[in-house]
Design a binder for this molecule. Sequence first.
Ligand code: NIG
Ligand code: FE
Length: 405
Amino acid sequence: MIDLVVYDASQVATPTDDGEMVTIQDGAVAIKDGIVTAIGPTEEVTRDHPPENSANTIDAAGKTVLPGFVDPHTHAVFAGNRADEFTAKLEGADYQDILAEGGGILRTVRATRDASRDQLVGNLLAHLDVMLAHGTTTTEVKSGYGLDVETEVKILEAIDEAADRHPIDVVSTFMGAHAVPEDTDTDEYVDRVIEEQLPIVAKNNLAEFCDVFCEEGVFSVDHSRCVLEAGLEHGLKPKIHADEFERLGGSQLAADIGATSADHLLQSTEADIAALGEADVTPVLLPGTAFSLAAGYADVTDFEAADVPVAIATDFNPNCYSQSMEFTIELACNGMRMTPASAVRSATITAANAIDRTDGTGTLREGSSGDLVVANVPNYQHLPYNFGVQNVQTVVKRGEVVHRD
Ligand code: NIG
Ligand code: FE
């Protein structure tokens, strides 16, 4: 018995594992035991897998079928919000000044320390629901609003519990080195991350990746290297927030250390981009962050010229409050001037590379996971073209309909 046949789609559009965009007019996808078993023209797929023999069917007439989106960079576990800082920034306040005055990340840390694990699970589940409604079927989630061992563990446990209760596949990243807490200095805090936090996180298997905010006034390249090398010793793969406000050398460090991804990269130079490409580090660009800070976008043409494919992500956090990969795709096009094909590829197959999921996540082909979205548009170009509305209508995870508008 087939779980699901999606048929008569105006277009099925998917990148291949190599990132090539493939489109099928009047397309169909059949999913069995949660895995794509056939993809092609409706006539062929339904001949071998008649919808009447399937447990479930979706008539996708007039709509586009795409792989489920992958969001490879979020800070989705926190308490409280910073809507008032949003207003202050619109009136001229600066992100780094707010942080230096104990606001920003540090304020979210205070609220998150005060929250119970159950509250954090509830908050995260609500955010995962919004992500899913906008087409995300796999997401990364970072800790980093604890900055002490109890709260970092509480956050990572909350991620685990929410992941167990939600259809989205969640990948955990430990980011104790997100900011320096108010009671200490950077040297001492880096020691705490390495001596107190990392061993417990690793021992309890609470994270797959280790991330660090390598930035002027936060963690230097040397500090970042110490944290990421310690993470590696504990079996956590490195990721890094690099070259966002200042070009400290975070992307060179990512290349050196063999990070899975380097993220932000607003100030990266051609040499940095070449180093990332050579070391097979996936660049992750975050157009929502630039949008919400009203800062310049990363220059995609530099990455394209170097033939280094980029991923895109929401960077969902209290400062960049959007859970939507649909909107991120729109911003990638309308803000960063990516083509719709590049943006879709960046939100699917390349985003999967950025979290080391190279098993067919982010593509629809025989043998890949049956994760897909049905969007109410005639072809994939219309996704970013028709911006500011919800185009995603139905979301399927491992062959099961998990969201329907
Ligand atoms: O990726 N840059 C550091 N971390 C987040 C912001 C977190 C916050 O402001 O709460 C980011 O943009
Ligand atoms: Fe971030």
